[in-house]
Design a protein. Structure first.
Length: 328
């Protein structure tokens, strides 16, 4: 007959050994190949800030798989997106695309891939609001109707800036011009920063900017908000109405960002990455960071993402034709 204390010690030893073995197995099964997240935008941009805010949480949601963010800007997002298209469909390379992905087929004469068939949609993660702003020293208008009257009094007598020819910021400005039945000269810049600097400096009278980029200038009074470009007001600018609610219901544009993979990405990998994004962006710290930037997060299904890409491509295609926008 064995001694009770010896039996207990043996059982404890066996349990500890089994527990350590389980830990070792879990450690061995943890993915060691990093997840490469390609951003077709520069460091410090809105999408870059969003994904870096979620980087640690995403790695945790993927069971400890390292997450490496790689910026590959250029050609309106084509350079980085092409790198995703060319990647192996093994679930270790993904990309984050935004509005320009849906705009590019209409503004560029030739793109080295098909934005729908050469990629696998995983999820539209969420979006960021835009706001139409003016230089208050140059433009007396305080709302969309007053701006309409101001521009009608002198057709093509004023300038509006954008972050580049054919960008979503350019098309957002065109969307208001078309809805209001007015015209102004388009001045493209290499990014939102230089554009906003020239609006503040008075070189151009107005433009569309991302809310985080203009908030400080609105508070300082160097810019004035005319209206939010999307369908909903922004939490940090509760007194700024949307352009739509000011009498221009067709104006509805906001930044969005979505996760995609190479074509033929296996369904199991699509689900793994989709579920990890849902968990990562539900993390309290990530949610707080998104709220601070006025981003809204609502990851949808892969099927919804595909439908959304197609509808956005068609919508912007019509706007590009009306505005006669083309990029060589």
């Amino acid at each position: 007959m064995s001694h009770p204390s010896l039996a207990r010690r043996t059982l404890l030893t066996l349990a500890a050994t089994a527990f350590c073995g389980t830990l070792g197995l879990a450690h061995a099964q943890a993915p060691t190949t990093p997840l490469r997240v390609i951003l077709p935008v520069g460091a410090g941009s809105g999408v870059d800030t969003i994904m870096r805010s979620a980087q640690v949480a995403l790695s945790k949601a993927l069971g400890g798989q390292p997450v490496v963010i790689e910026n590959l800007p250029g050609a309106g997002g084509i350079t980085g997106t092409q790198a995703v298209v060319k990647a192996a469909p093994d679930g270790n390379t993904v990309g984050v695309v935004s509005n320009n992905h849906a705009v590019n087929p209409s503004v560029f004469k030739k793109i080295p891939y098909d934005g729908i068939t050469d990629l696998t949609p995983i999820t539209v993660i969420g979006g960021s609001p835009f706001v139409l702003v003016v230089n208050p020293a140059k433009v007396p208008a305080k709302n969309a109707k007053e701006l309409q009257a101001f521009l009608k009094a002198k057709p093509d007598g004023y300038n509006y800036g954008s972050s580049g020819n054919g960008t979503i910021i350019h098309l957002a400005g065109e969307m208001y011009m078309e809805a209001a039945g007015v015209s102004a000269r388009h001045i493209p810049y290499k990014g939102m920063g230089p554009m906003l600097a020239d609006i503040i400096g008075g070189q151009v009278e107005m433009g569309v900017g991302a809310v985080p980029a203009v908030q400080g200038h609105l508070k300082a009074g160097t810019l004035r908000a005319i209206g939010v470009m999307g369908k909903q007001r922004v939490a940090s600018l509760p007194d700024v109405p949307t352009i739509a609610e000011q009498g221009f219901p067709s104006v509805d544009v906001e930044g969005w960002f979505a996760l995609v993979g190479p074509a033929k990405l296996p369904a199991a990998q699509v689900k793994r990455l989709h579920d990890a994004i849902v968990v990562a962006f539900a993390d309290p710290e990530v949610r707080a960071a998104m709220a601070k930037q006025d981003n809204f997060i609502d990851p949808g299904t892969p099927e919804a993402a595909l439908k959304f890409f197609k509808s956005e491509q068609a919508r912007y295609g019509e706007l590009v034709k009306k505005a006669n926008v083309q990029v060589e």
